[in-house]
Design a protein around this ligand. Structure first.
Ligand code: KPL
Length: 311
């Protein structure tokens, strides 16, 4: 029998959004480390609620079924460990879609996975309201493709399935550039809003505006050296336009890194800032603001891991 079930591994906000939308079109199974209620509610950006039952499985006790596709939707820092657990239980050849932010796990997992690998980058906005309720906060667009441009038919077929399920998607042959562009936006916005506990729109005001500009200058210099262009194709101005456009469009939002900080979770700093700083060092560029953000966020992660002091 041809496998038809899409496994979504990592039932955070994005994972559950994808699962609940895809479930209207194809068989879906949501895979995670802890049990969640099978009955899930999705609230659309227009405020419509829709309840659905999803098939579930625990990562450490997967069913015998062979999935048609595995969508890995964990946070970036959890992706490689989740993949290792899965890979031990999957036959070879199962396509994998990586939905992570940043540019850390994508090259490693593309190399390691025994089957076709696509990367996805999306501007769909979602957050979890409860164990059984996800808010689809804003419509977006998804791009899909393999780092080396291979498996174009698979990317096109998946883009069609996602689009039919209400998540507009497009197969592309330059996903690497698109991943770096999202990383650039995340690097300019996320560390600052997380550090000052502010919504994205507050970055437009003093004293934050010059801080954003300094981050953009560093990001633009690094990406120019890496040969990554902004969407308009015109250097620093192109990056400034992109970042300020996103800040404007998401002014009322709390960025994902701020949500992680507020919830006491590890942030995605290693996936977003570390690849940029590695590129800076390859090109002998200094990036003091980005380096300071990475250092602060690493320090915070260390503190999270320390046992609470008792007296
Ligand atoms: O992707 C984002 C996030 O919250 O991580 C945006 C809204 C673009 C901010 O960087």
């Amino acid at each position: 029998m041809t496998p038809s079930t899409h496994w979504i591994v990592g039932p955070g906000a994005l994972g559950r959004l994808i699962a609940l939308r895809l479930a209207e079109r194809v068989p879906v199974r949501l895979v995670g480390r802890r049990p969640l209620p099978a009955r899930q509610t999705l609230v659309s950006p227009e405020g419509k609620t829709r309840e659905q039952s999803l098939a579930m499985a625990r990562t450490d006790a997967l069913p015998m079924e062979v999935p048609a596709v595995v969508h890995l939707t964990t946070k970036a820092h959890a992706a490689e460990a989740a993949h290792a657990t899965l890979a031990a239980q999957l036959p070879s050849g199962v396509p994998l879609v990586l939905w992570q932010n940043g540019f850390a796990c994508q090259p490693a997992l593309t190399e390691r996975h025994d089957g076709p690998v696509l990367c996805a980058t999306t501007t769909e906005g979602a957050h979890v309201q409860a164990d059984d309720r996800v808010i689809h906060a804003g419509h977006g667009h998804t791009f899909l493709g393999a780092l080396d441009g291979s498996n174009a038919d698979l990317a096109r077929a998946l883009a069609r399935t996602l689009t039919d399920a209400g998540l507009p998607a497009e197969a592309v042959d330059d996903i690497r550039i698109r991943l770096w562009r999202k990383l650039a936006v995340n690097a300019a916005i996320n560390p600052l809003v997380a550090r000052f506990t502010i919504r994205n729109g507050q970055l437009r005001d003093r004293p934050f505006r010059p801080m954003v500009e300094r981050s953009i200058n560093e990001v633009a210099a690094i990406l120019a050296a890496e040969g990554v262009t902004p969407p308009g194709g015109s250097g620093l101005e192109g990056w400034r336009e992109l970042v300020w456009q996103v800040i404007e469009a998401t002014a009322a939002n709390r960025a994902s890194m701020l949500q992680d900080v507020l919830a006491g979770r590890v942030t995605e700093h290693e996936a977003i800032l570390a690849p940029l700083l590695a590129a800076a060092s390859r090109h002998q560029l200094s990036a003091p603001c980005l380096a300071r953000h990475l250092q602060d966020l690493r320090l915070r992660t260390q503190k999270l891991a320390e046992p609470p002091t008792t007296c």
